[in-house]
Design a protein around this ligand. Structure first.
Ligand code: NAD
Ligand code: G6P
Ligand code: MN
Length: 417
């Protein structure tokens, strides 16, 4: 099996390498291809040498000659690139703050500029993946769910799966609280990526929802700590995704972001430390857990294993609803539990979505689609329309100025008229 990583200079890559080492006793991994841009050659070289020290002779770790060499004949392609590097993320986080709006990598107006910057690059890579391979693409590039909506419903490329580390972390946390292994846990969990709801928890044959909903708690290293009030869970009867703090506790979160500084600035410093440790180390340093994406490699590696083995196991993935949530349209890309079989993913039937959840899902899905249209039609008016619809977006007074600020900061990437 040939697995190709696009954006392999990421300091997350060693975790992914470890995940692939773990599955290599069950599926035959021949080559792991680490591709990145010329600009990141120094970083890539450090990651490549460190990865070779980790892998030893379990499989080949390769730095390809060029992009075509990287993609040719690949079985799985993992997207984990960040268009515009961390500097662009810093802008995404800082610009909305000037308007007293949440500035965040994937959520609200930060996620909006990140999406517009990323669509054209995704489009180019999908064309090349399709031309040079029969690979399934596993996408982490954020905003992961929005990108999956774009690829499946607008480019029409089907071998694409959007992933996030939150679902595996959630199952892991439930497993730790209950003592049940993740394979014995099934959840009614649905929504858009970073906008999901946990509505039911089944442990083997038992419906453990009541017992667990008030006990579960998921913290991510990248989100400022702020618990949901207990009454909120009782009122919603669902456990919201950690990113819903930005929607449900907007004022508090805004204050925290302003006080603590941007996550991009913190990540730039964590990245420096990690690269130094990778230069000489031969095991994954604990400092990697300071990043928010922990366990993303578990999600990717075990998905690759199970796609390959066609073993009917369940993974929480971003793909088209296809009837899984009966009161949401079939073509909405959602993050939902799916059975993995015959190299494909089949969403499991979950019944109806709660009205609070579906209300928010519809609005943000329409925001996603108008944003995609804005990119495809190069339209400022559609971009403004999307911004105004987003629950964390600007009002009529600020929207045009905010859009101009975003366009100015992203001149090389986003072109709207
Ligand atoms: P990073 O800034 O380290 O970027 C990774 C690499 O992408 C860099 O080495 C960079 O050179 C490369 N890159 C930039 N533009 C590229 C292009 N056009 N083609 C190929 N490579 C390019 O970022 P990171 O922190 O490692 O994260 C990478 C991406 O993965 C981000 O979008 C991040 O949000 C996402 N991520 C998502 C999840 C998830 O849950 N979905 C988890 C972890 C990371
Ligand atoms: C979470 C999210 C990812 C996101 C990451 C950011 O885990 O699920 O989608 O990319 O955090 O972490 P960072 O360390 O880059 O802030
Ligand atoms: Mn995520």
């Amino acid at each position: 099996m040939k697995i190709t990583v696009i954006g392999a200079g990421s300091t997350y890559t060693p975790e992914l390498v470890k995940g692939i080492m773990d599955i290599s006793s069950e599926v035959k991994v021949d080559e792991l291809i680490l591709y990145d841009l010329e600009e990141s050659e120094e970083k890539l070289e450090t990651i490549y040498q460190f990865s070779k020290r980790l892998v030893k002779d379990l499989f080949k770790v390769v730095k390809p000659k060029n992009l075509i060499d990287a993609l040719q004949g690949a079985d799985y392609v993992i997207f984990q690139f960040r268009v515009g590097f961390l500097k662009a993320r810093e802008n995404d986080e800082k610009i909305p703050l000037r308007y007293n709006l949440i500035g965040q990598e994937t959520t609200g107006m930060g996620g909006f500029s990140c999406a517009l910057r990323t669509f054209p690059v995704i489009e180019k890579y999908i064309e090349l993946v399709d031309k040079y391979s029969k690979a399934t693409v596993i996408n982490f590039t954020n905003p992961s769910g929005h990108i999956t909506e774009f690829v499946m419903n607008y480019i029409g490329f089907e071998r694409f799966i959007g992933l996030c580390n939150i679902p595996v972390n959630l199952l892991h946390m439930i497993s730790q609280v209950t003592g049940y292994p993740p394979k014995d846990i099934f959840v009614k969990y649905y929504g858009l990526n970073h906008l999901t709801f946990l509505e039911k928890v089944y442990l083997k044959n038992e419906d453990a929802t009541e017992k667990l909903l008030e006990t579960v708690k998921l913290e991510l290293a990248n989100i400022p700590k702020e618990d949901f009030p207990g009454w909120l869970i009782e009122c919603l009867k669902m456990y919201p995704n950690s990113y819903l703090r930005y929607y449900l506790m907007e004022k508090k979160m805004l204050k925290k972001i302003k006080k603590e500084g941007t996550r991009a600035e913190k990540v730039i410093s964590i990245e420096k430390q990690l690269l130094e440790l990778y230069k000489t180390g031969d095991k994954i340093p604990d400092q990697l857990s300071q990043r928010g994406g922990s366990m993303y490699s578990t999600a990717a590696a075990y998905l690759i294993r199970d796609l390959h083995l066609s073993n009917g196991s369940v993974h929480i993935l971003n793909t088209r609803n296809n009837g899984a949530i009966s009161n949401l349209p079939d073509d909405y890309v959602l993050e939902i539990p799916c059975m993995v079989k015959a190299g494909k993913v089949f969403p499991t039937s979950l019944g109806i979505a709660d009205e609070f959840a579906s209300g928010l899902i519809h609005i943000v899905k329409m925001y996603e689609r108008i944003t995609i249209d804005a990119y495809l039609k190069k339209s400022k008016n559609l971009a403004l329309k999307a911004m105004l619809l987003h629950p964390l977006g600007p009002d009529v007074e600020d929207a045009p100025k905010l859009l101009e600020d975003i366009l100015n900061a992203n001149k090389d990437f986003i072109k709207l008229e």
